[in-house]
Design a protein around this ligand. Structure first.
Ligand code: SF4
Length: 518
C-alpha cells in the first residue's frame, strides 16, 4: 500500500546541522552523559501488550495466568484476567507482574469458569490507570462483553470524540474502549454483526480476544500488524500473542490467525469468517527483530532462526576484522551467533547481564548512576582486554544503551569496538501499539551514521539494510510498491491512515495517554 509515508526528511542530509548542535561532543561530554544516563533504561522500543484466551477448560483462568506469564516480556506494568462461568463474569486486574498478582489460589478460584481471557500491558502508571488495565468489560444489551487488545487504533481519538458527542460515556482512557462503544451503539441486530460493524470503523492495529456468553471471538486486523496464534489443549481452544505461551501451557500450535480473520469458538464449534475486504498483509517486521521471544514462531517463521539469518546478512553487508563477536545481552545474542557463523569470527560472551536488576531496585541518584550501569551489564574484562570487538545489538533507539556499553568495553581495555546493528536505523515513531520516543529523540532521526558512531564513541557503526532484513525473512527484496511487512519505523511508510496524527500532528497514541485524559 505505502500511501502514508511520513517524509524521511533527514535533517543532516538536507544540510541543516542545527538540530544536532545540542549534542555534546568529546570525551568530557561523553563522561557527563554516562553520569546522567539511567542505568535501568534499556533504550528499547516497548511492545505494548500480550493477549491470551482459552475456551472450554476446567481450570481456564489458571491456564491463562501461565500463558500470560510466558508473555510477560510484551508488557510488565499491569495484568488482568476475566472469566465466564456460564452465569457471571469475574475479573481481576492489577498493576505489576503476572507473578505476584495471579500466583495465589484464592485469586484463581475467584476467576471461575471454563472460559477466560487475559492481558499483559506495558504502559501507564499511577493511581488513575487501573481502569485502563485490560481486559476491559461492559454489560451490553446482548450481555457481558470482555476484550483484550494488542495494538493501537490510529483513529481512536476521532472515534472517541464522535461517540462522546452521541452520548457515550467512557470509563477509561484506552483506545480499546472505543471498540466496546462502537459495538454497543451499532444498529445491527446480532452481537457478531455489531462486532464486525465496529471493527470496520477502526483503523490501525488490533489483535483481539473477546469473551461473551455466546463464545470467544479472536480477530486480527486486515493487515495483521500484530501477531495472534491459535492452539489446542485437549478439547480446549487457545488464542495467544505468541506460540511460546502455547508451549508453556502444554498446548499444540495449530496456526496463526490470518490477517483479517475472525474466529468464533463456542459450544457449537469453531467458525472462521473473513469480514473485511482482502488487502496484502503487512505484519510488523520488528516482531522478528526484537519484540517476540526467540523461541516463538511468528507467522510461520522461527524467530530465533530469522534473527540468526539477520546476523548473517549483517556480516555479509558489514564485514570487519576483529577478534570476537560479542552480543549486547540478551536481545543481541541470536544475531551475534549468526554474524559469528557467517564471518568465522569467534562468538564470545564479552558482556554479562545480571538477571536480578529491575526497575524495582533502588534508583540511584545522579552521582552514582554511572556505577549503576554495571549492575545490569558488566564487561568480561579478562576476555575483552586488548581485543578488537564486533558488538552486536538489535537496534538503536536513543543511543543511551549503546553509549554505555561501548564505554564499558573501552574501560575494560578493548582495543577497538565496531558496532553492528541487526536492523536499519529507527527513524520514525510507531503508531501501532509500540511505545516509541518522539521522533526528535530517535538518534537516527537526528544524525547520520557517522555522527551516530561518533556519538556512541564506536570505531565504526553499521546497520543492516532494509533489503537485508527482508532477505533474512526469506524475501528477495522489499517490494516498494506493496511492502510485505509494516516497516514504518525504518522507512516512514505507514500501512494505514494515521487519522489522529493527521488531525493533531501529535505523536500520541491514545493507548499511551492515560494521564492526559484522566
Ligand atoms: S512501525 Fe515498526 S514497530 Fe510499529 S508496527 Fe510497524 S514495524 Fe512494527
Amino acid at each position: 500500500m505505502g500511501q502514508n509515508r511520513i517524509a524521511d526528511a533527514h535533517p543532516l542530509q538536507q544540510g541543516d546541522k542545527s538540530e544536532t548542535a545540542h549534542y555534546m561532543r568529546g570525551k568530557q561530554a561523553r563522561a557527563l552523559r554516562m553520569l546522567t544516563t539511567n542505568p535501568f533504561d534499556d533504550d528499547k522500543l516497548r511492545e505494548e501488550c500480550g493477549v491470551f484466551g482459552i475456551w472450554g477448560a476446567e481450570t481456564a483462568s489458571a491456564v491463562v495466568a501461565l500463558g500470560l506469564h510466558a508473555l510477560q516480556h510484551r508488557g510488565q506494568e499491569a495484568a488482568g484476567i476475566t472469566s465466564w462461568d456460564g452465569h457471571n463474569f469475574h475479573s481481576h486486574r492489577a498493576q505489576g507482574h503476572v507473578a505476584g498478582n495471579f500466583d495465589k489460589d484464592e485469586v484463581i478460584r475467584r476467576l471461575a469458569g471454563t472460559a477466560s481471557i487475559g492481558h499483559v500491558r506495558y504502559s501507564t502508571t499511577g493511581d488513575t490507570s487501573l481502569r485502563n488495565v485490560q481486559p476491559l468489560f461492559a454489560e451490553l444489551s446482548s450481555g457481558g462483553f470482555a476484550v483484550a487488545h494488542n495494538g493501537n487504533i490510529s483513529n481512536a481519538m476521532k472515534l472517541r470524540r464522535d461517540l462522546n458527542r452521541r452520548g457515550s460515556i467512557f470509563q477509561s482512557t484506552s483506545d480499546t474502549e472505543v471498540i466496546i462503544h462502537l459495538v454497543a451503539t451499532s444498529t445491527y441486530r446480532t452481537l457478531l454483526d455489531r462486532f464486525i460493524d465496529a471493527l470496520k470503523q477502526v483503523e490501525g492495529a488490533y489483535s483481539l480476544v473477546c469473551l461473551t456468553p455466546e463464545g470467544m471471538l479472536a480477530c486480527r486486523d486486515p493487515l495483521g500488524i500484530r501477531p495472534l496464534v491459535m492452539g489446542r489443549l485437549g478439547d480446549s481452544y487457545i488464542f495467544a500473542s505468541e506460540t511460546v505461551a502455547l508451549d508453556v501451557v502444554g498446548a499444540t500450535y495449530i496456526r496463526s490467525v490470518e490477517p483479517g480473520e475472525l474466529i468464533i469458538v463456542s459450544a457449537r464449534g469453531v467458525k472462521s469468517l473473513r469480514p473485511f475486504a482482502p488487502v496484502r498483509p503487512r505484519p510488523c517486521i520488528f516482531e522478528h527483530v526484537y519484540f517476540s521471544r526467540p523461541d516463538s514462531i511468528v507467522d510461520g517463521s522461527s524467530v530465533y532462526s530469522v534473527r540468526k539469518r539477520i546476523g548473517a546478512e549483517l556480516a555479509i553487508e558489514n564485514p570487519v576484522e576483529a577478534d570476537y563477536v560479542v552480543p549486547v545481552p540478551d536481545s543481541g545474542v541470536p544475531a551475534a551467533i549468526g554474524y559469528a557463523q557467517q564471518s568465522g569470527i569467534p562468538f564470545e560472551l564479552g558482556i554479562i547481564r545480571s538477571h536480578y536488576v529491575g526497575r524495582t531496585f533502588i534508583q540511584p541518584g545522579d552521582q552514582v548512576r554511572h556505577l549503576g550501569v554495571k549492575l545490569k551489564h558488566n564487561a568480561n574484562s579478562a576476555l575483552i582486554a586488548g581485543k578488537s570487538i564486533v558488538l552486536i545489538d538489535d537496534s538503536i533507539v536513543r543511543g543511551t544503551t549503546s553509549l554505555k556499553i561501548v564505554q564499558m568495553l573501552r574501560d575494560a581495555g578493548a582495543r577497538e569496538v565496531h558496532m553492528r546493528i541487526a536492523s536499519p536505523p529507527t527513524r520514525h515513531s510507531c503508531f501501532y501499539g509500540v511505545d516509541t520516543p518522539e521522533r526528535a529523540k530517535l538518534l537516527a532521526a537526528q544524525m547520520n551514521v557517522a555522527e551516530m558512531a561518533d556519538y556512541i564513541n564506536a570505531d565504526s557503526l553499521s546497520f543492516l539494510s532494509i533489503d537485508g532484513l527482508y532477505r533474512a525473512l526469506g524475501e528477495d527484496i522489499r517490494d516498494e510498491a506493496q511492502p510485505q511487512h509494516c516497516d514504518a519505523c525504518f522507512t516512514g511508510d505507514y500501512p494505514t491512515r494515521l487519522t489522529d496524527q493527521e488531525e493533531s500532528e501529535s505523536t500520541d497514541q491514545l493507548a499511551l495517554l492515560a494521564e492526559r485524559y484522566a
